[in-house]
Write a protein that binds this ligand. Structure first.
Ligand SMILES: [Zn+2]
Length: 89
């Protein structure tokens, strides 16, 4: 019989799909009857989703330093005033 400790030890593997079908079934049976473990696995999954989501967001958004470099290379607008005829002559 699967114990609560077994669930906490193998919850990561369960969420990763690394357990064999029989082991996964045994853990899921325990989750069906044990509310504490159900809550534990749910929180673990939410935490992992959050971490994965924040990692993805960081990869998509360029760091501020990179943006500054791009602006520096392009030249800030308004740095050299355009030479032009003076209105009065
Ligand atoms: Zn349990």
């Amino acid at each position: 019989m699967v114990s609560c400790k077994d669930v906490s030890d193998r919850a990561d593997a369960l969420l990763d799909g690394e357990l064999g079908p029989w082991d996964a079934l045994k853990l899921r049976l325990h989750l069906a009857i044990c509310e504490g473990c159900r809550r534990f696995v749910k929180q673990l999954r939410q935490t992992r989703d959050l971490i994965r989501h924040s990692a993805r967001t960081e990869a998509e958004d360029p760091p501020e330093a990179m943006i500054d470099q791009l602006f520096a290379r392009a030249g800030a607008p308004g740095d050299d005033p355009l030479p032009g005829p003076r209105p009065d002559g």
